[in-house]
Ligand binder design. Structure first.
Ligand SMILES: [Zn+2]
Ligand SMILES: [Zn+2]
Length: 127
């Protein structure tokens, strides 16, 4: 598949037994389905292995709007993570495929982990 954001190609990358994402050879962007994203959030270190692109390139490409789904060609829509409103990604309304720029998935996973830690700390604070 062709990368929706740059001239690179999306190639399958596998982590563990259940996780396969499509990663761009050039910009490091990741394309996956929601169920795969859930698995990736559960797997420790999946982000470090799979999201190996340069976050600086990802940030620049994040400004690119109006991309088409690499799988089915449908115009993708900007979505925001419901818990982390600074993270924007593209989602396909037809096949639910999601595209993350390089560094975005690590951000998503790391912040989710840190939010949980902060929640625990808050719970322990006296008064
Ligand atoms: Zn790319
Ligand atoms: Zn699609």
């Amino acid at each position: 598949m062709r990368c929706p954001k740059c001239p690179g190609m999306l190639e399958p990358k596998t982590y563990g037994r259940k996780i396969t994402v499509q990663r761009c050879t050039d910009c490091g962007g990741l394309f996956c389905k929601p169920e795969v994203l859930l698995e990736m959030k559960r797997e420790w270190m999946a982000d470090a292995v799979l999201d190996s692109g340069d976050p600086k390139i990802g940030q620049a490409l994040n400004k690119l709007d109006n991309i088409d789904c690499p799988e089915c060609g449908t115009r993708m829509e900007k979505s925001v993570d419901e818990r982390q409103t600074h993270i924007w990604f593209e989602q396909c309304p037809a096949c639910e495929g999601m595209f993350f720029d390089a560094g975005e998935f690590s951000d998503l996973k790391y912040d989710t982990f840190m939010d949980r830690v902060r929640g625990l700390l808050r719970g322990k604070r006296p008064g």
